[in-house]
Design a binder for this molecule. Structure first.
Ligand code: 3IX
Length: 194
């Protein structure tokens, strides 16, 4: 049984999500939004190195290989790390909508323990959009994309502007991103959403 907070359930008048025409084609990798992201960046040695691909709808798939540095109990993935994996896959849905959003609420159900060495097969999709609120869901399975569910989550993401990061992030990291013209162009392009 799962108790679900109404904040992660779309209201009756929410709209169906629309795949952006410039979203990555189905099967294409959804690149990391930031090389130092713990979920998907290549610059974090202990990070999750999530490899995410676009699906045909407003959805993605990803694989997360659980390594010893991700343990909570002996030989098992830490629950917070599993939530991070789902959160990051959900965050990559931004590329399908071409909207920048951040996690407002993430509600996680843990159904099966996830051993070190296993691959978590993640599928995430946007279910509805209402103004700045983006409703999404993610599931992580063991043994393959059709395997038993180990962990799942419902989430509410909130659309923000690039200024959210510029105003709130530590200056050193923001400056480093702003010194990279490609990164600035990519971030700003998301704000021009037809
Ligand atoms: C040129 C430099 C570029 C630098 C940037 C570089 C790269 C960036 C690019 C992409 C990165 C994007 C995302 C990251 C992707 C993946 C990582 C995984 C995702 C994350 O890991 S991301 C980090 C964790 N995340 C946060 O760090 C959020 C902290 N938080 C806040 O920053 C504020 O909280 C915010 C902005 C969320 C809202 O603040 P706000 O002032 O804009 O708006 P407000 O509060 O009015 O909320 C509007 C309506 O949402 C409802 N609402 C809000 N929160 C709710 C909740 N929790 N439950 C139920 N309802 C909620 C309100 O009730 C209201 O509803 P209503 O309109 O009906 O009244």
């Amino acid at each position: 049984m799962s108790a679900t907070n109404t904040a992660v359930q779309p209201p009756a008048d929410a709209a169906a999500p629309v795949r952006h025409p410039e979203a990555p084609a189905p099967g294409e990798p959804v690149g990391s939004h930031y090389e130092n992201c713990f979920g998907c960046g290549s610059g974090q040695p202990h990070g999750l190195h999530l490899a995410t691909r676009a699906g045909e709808g407003v959805n993605v798939t990803a694989e997360f290989t659980v390594r010893p540095e991700h343990q909570g109990a002996p030989g098992l993935a830490h629950g917070g790390i599993l939530a991070t994996a789902l959160d990051d896959a959900l965050g990559s849905l931004n590329w399908l909508l071409r909207t920048i959003s951040v996690t407002g609420r993430l509600e996680t159900d843990y159904r099966r323990p996830v051993p070190v060495g296993s691959v978590l097969h993640i599928a995430a999709e946007v279910t509805a959009v209402a103004g700045r609120k983006i409703y999404a869901t993610a599931v992580g399975r063991l043994g393959g994309p059709e395997g038993p569910v180990a962990v799942r989550a419902d989430a509410l993401f909130i659309e923000v502007k690039v200024d959210h990061f510029i105003e709130n992030g530590r200056k050193e990291e923001i400056q480093a991103v702003m010194d990279d013209p490609d990164a600035v162009r990519q971030a700003r392009a998301f704000e021009v959403n037809p």
